[in-house]
Design a protein around this ligand. Structure first.
Ligand SMILES: NC(=O)c1ccc[n+]([C@@H]2O[C@H](COP(=O)([O-])OP(=O)(O)OC[C@H]3O[C@@H](n4cnc5c(N)ncnc54)[C@H](OP(=O)(O)O)[C@@H]3O)[C@@H](O)[C@H]2O)c1
Ligand SMILES: [Zn+2]
Length: 364
């Protein structure tokens, strides 16, 4: 008999959809959803909203009340077994008398992986894991990247014309894409724990890098790479409308305004050490990082193979100009076409007149 029934699949899918509701706010915690059901009848459901607040299982058990007795709990991540800011969910599930727990995936932290499921099993509860695991990993790709690779999941956003230009030769770049695409960028930012840019973009465009289209519980951290602290005092990034972190090599005093300055040692080429930046961001709890920089940093990140996803908004405009900046500005060809990095199209969508193209790096 297969381990999971069609009803198990449908209910786990619903738990994933619930978890997605926390996409703007759970970090540094994972996005988690929970459904409690008897057969296909749902008696309780919940999702995790914010660090420090109850976990998905607690909400679902509260809603189910005594109906949790003998039910199956579907959770998008193995229930926790440790006392964090809230008591362990595995204990709560045992106390409520559920008969079966299905998890989409184990906890990625090697120190705790399997402990929640083992605790449930030891209490006589039937446990299973791995249902819709691929989807659950996509849901928490930032959280997983931070725990498993010690660096954030990097999403490169770029807006370009049909001929791959990101600005005119005179530098004008606002706006290449239309309103619907720009609204979508706001959603992409809100889903990210942090938005990173380079001093080239900060000086050229004075961007805000904030979420303004809708209220958000957890504004993404604004991160600037500025080796020589060239940012000027009037910059929007220093306006305090969202937290800002500046990585630099410079000992100069910080420009007036609201930002945390993080001084790093240079890498072997005397530049800001970007792998140190990524590890530091992960240590600060940054899981999903959106890169909204110019061609210089975009191509540096691509050349290092640090970009996990590209979100490309392409406008039906031909901008031309041999000197105008192109999308990525990679300096070198691969030695053969077959050696070009492999990207997989995840989705293509029309937004107004523009195309949104999402690609993920296919890694062996
Ligand atoms: N179409 C789009 O989607 C889009 C998005 C963003 C920006 N843009 C456009 O891009 C243009 C700016 O591009 P850009 O290439 O000049 O700027 P950028 O990529 O935003 O920033 C580059 C700067 O980052 C700093 N940096 C710090 N550490 C670095 C490292 N390890 N490696 C490389 N750079 C490092 C360098 O300045 P220091 O050495 O002084 O630190 C470098 O000049 C603007 O015109 C903007 O409008 C377009
Ligand atoms: Zn928990």
């Amino acid at each position: 008999m297969p381990q999971f029934s069609p009803s198990d699949h449908a209910l786990m899918q619903q738990a994933l959809t619930l978890a997605w509701q926390g996409r703007f706010s759970t970090s540094p915690n994972p996005r988690v959803g929970c459904i409690i059901a008897h057969g296909s009848q749902i008696v309780g459901q919940g999702f995790h909203l914010k660090a420090g607040e109850p976990h998905a299982e607690v909400h679902a058990l509260h809603q189910a009340g005594s109906a949790a007795q003998g039910a199956t709990a579907y959770v998008t991540l193995e229930p926790c077994a440790h006392h964090g800011r809230t008591p362990p969910c595995a204990e709560a599930l045992i106390r409520a008398g559920v008969a079966r727990v299905v998890a989409a995936m184990q906890d990625p932290n090697p120190l705790v992986a399997g402990k929640g499921l083992a605790m449930l099993e030891a209490a006589g509860i039937q446990v299973a894991s791995g249902l819709l695991e691929h989807e659950a990993r996509q849901l928490n790709r930032g959280f997983l990247s931070r725990i498993e690779r010690g660096r954030p999941f990097v999403k490169l956003k770029t807006a370009a014309s049909l001929d791959g230009k990101t600005a005119l030769s005179n530098g004008q770049s606002q706006w290449i894409t239309g309103e619907a695409a720009r609204h979508d960028v706001q959603i992409q930012r809100a889903e990210s724990c942090a938005v990173l840019t380079g001093i080239g973009t900060a000086l050229a465009d004075n961007p805000r890098l904030t979420v303004r289209s809708f209220p958000t519980l957890r504004p993404p951290l604004r991160v600037l790479l500025d080796s020589r602290l060239r940012l000027s005092a009037g910059s929007h990034l220093l306006d305090g409308s969202a937290p800002t972190l500046i990585y630099t090599l410079s000992e100069r005093p910080a420009p007036a305004g609201e930002a945390e300055i993080c001084r790093l040692s240079p890498d072997a080429q005397g530049r800001l050490d970007l792998s140190a930046v990524l590890s530091d961001l992960a240590a600060r709890g940054i899981g999903e990082l959106m890169l909204e920089a110019g061609a210089t940093l975009a191509s540096t990140f691509l050349a290092q193979d640090w970009v996990d996803e590209i979100v490309c908004y392409q406008a039906p405009k031909l901008l031309g100009g041999a000197q105008s900046p192109t999308l990525f500005g990679l300096p070198e060809n691969p030695s053969a076409l077959s050696r070009a990095p492999d990207w997989q199209t995840v989705s293509v969508e029309q937004l107004g007149d523009d195309i949104k193209w999402v690609l993920q790096r296919r890694r062996g």
